[in-house]
Ligand binder design. Structure first.
Ligand SMILES: Cc1cc2nc3c(=O)[nH]c(=O)nc-3n(C[C@H](O)[C@H](O)[C@H](O)COP(=O)(O)OP(=O)(O)OC[C@H]3O[C@@H](n4cnc5c(N)ncnc54)[C@H](O)[C@@H]3O)c2cc1C
Length: 350
């Protein structure tokens, strides 16, 4: 990484760096980054939406490879990037400052993020199904005139009817059916969306929505896929499986899905059906509490993982509550996967 110090200045006298972002589909974007400004923040301010989530250095969604220039992590900030990864030139753009002009390999195609800009729309609930004690499935009909497009793994924000509160939910349905979206929603004992779904929601209700959002997106490849889901974190995995099974040949897919207890389990038939028409899909179910269901493993979806679940070349997608994601990321590192081969979505509380 050569360091070419540039001294372009803005009118206030501070240095401006030119940072070129190269995407894997050959596209590139050049952004100007002010002194002391994080590269991710600079990109956002200039309308370039990059893969990101937590923006505080803990999720690694914005990891990129420095190709040219001097761009360093902010001093005194602790992130999940190891010193070994940093010395190889990997950077978390949310916590990186450009000290010279620089170039980055983003590692994903620009089309994943730039192709489907989010829009606001209204959609009607078609069906609400209680799948388990703590899980509801809602099917939402999007007007055909909308031409909504999304990538498996993305989510929508939904305004809870009768309130000003918005909540985020990942699409469980496939990219091929953008006008009939399905969401899997955990019903908490008390919560704005949970109360609405339990007490008032009915077919025909109109929902205000925004989407598609998020950079936890499937990049379909023939590499082995390890999908690890906790509870309703199964939602984006179903959408991803529906996309992956269309690849010829379909890649090996290992899905590990865990819940706390039998009463929380859902979609076992759905998973069986997918495994029967996707021969490369293997499904493992785990429960933290004892279970009488044949074949169910004891533990959470991370403790039941082993090194053999991540053969050479594996790409891992993790989705669920923050604690599970942290444990799964640690497990992936232990299996030798690099941060850039691990994508995760945390269901952070609103
Ligand atoms: C990008 C993204 C995608 C998401 N996708 C999904 C999805 O597909 N399915 C899904 O079920 N959820 C998903 N979530 C979480 C979801 O957006 C809501 O936070 C969740 O449904 C709770 O909403 P609520 O209105 O019922 O409860 P709230 O009114 O938000 O919270 C009520 C109380 O419960 C607590 N609480 C909130 N969440 C949790 C939790 N997970 N565990 C324990 N306590 C909690 C809150 O701190 C608060 O005290 C996603 C979140 C993000 C950020």
């Amino acid at each position: 990484m050569s360091s070419s110090m540039t001294t372009m200045e803005d009118p206030s006298g501070s240095s401006i760096r030119r940072v070129v972002l190269h995407f894997s589909d050959g596209e590139s974007r050049t952004i100007e980054v002010a002194e002391g400004q994080e590269i991710l923040a600079a990109a956002k301010a200039r309308g370039v939406n990059l893969a990101s989530q937590c923006t505080v250095g803990t999720c690694a969604t914005c990891i990129s490879q420095l190709l040219v220039g001097d761009a360093q992590p902010k001093p005194d900030v602790v992130t999940v990037l190891t010193s070994e990864e940093a010395s190889r030139g990997q950077r978390l753009l949310c916590q990186t400052l450009a000290h010279s002009d620089a170039e980055f390999d983003m590692g994903y195609p620009s089309s994943l993020l730039l192709a489907n800009p989010p829009v606001f729309f209204n959609a009607k609930i078609g069906r609400i199904t209680r799948l388990a004690e703590s899980v509801a499935e809602i099917e939402v009909k999007v007007p055909k005139t909308m031409r909504l497009k999304f990538t498996a793994g993305q989510y929508c924000r939904i305004r809870v009817p009768g309130t000003d509160d918005w909540r985020s939910y990942s699409m469980a349905s496939g990219e091929h059916e953008p006008n009939k979206l399905t969401f899997l929603i955990r019903i908490l004992p008390k919560g704005t969306m949970s109360d609405y779904l339990r007490d008032r929601a009915k077919a025909g209700d109109v929902l205000e929505m925004e989407g598609p959002l998020g950079s936890f997106v499937l990049e379909p490849t023939q590499r082995p896929h390890l999908l690890v889901a906790g509870g309703t974190g199964l939602a984006p995995m179903l959408s991803m499986i529906d996309r992956l099974r269309l690849l010829r040949p379909a890649p090996p897919i290992q899905l590990v899905f865990g819940c706390v207890k039998e009463a929380d389990l859902f979609h076992l038939d759905e998973l069986r059906a997918r495994a029967s028409f996707t021969p490369t899909l293997q499904v493992r179910i785990s429960l933290e509490q004892d279970s009488t269901i044949p074949g169910v493993l004891k533990g959470n979806p991370v403790t039941v993982l082993s090194r053999t679940d991540a053969p050479e070349g594996t790409i891992a997608y993790l989705c669920g509550p923050p604690g599970m994601i942290a444990a799964a990321e640690q497990a992936m590192a232990g299996f030798g996967l690099s941060l850039s081969d691990v994508r995760s979505e945390q269901f952070l509380p609103s």
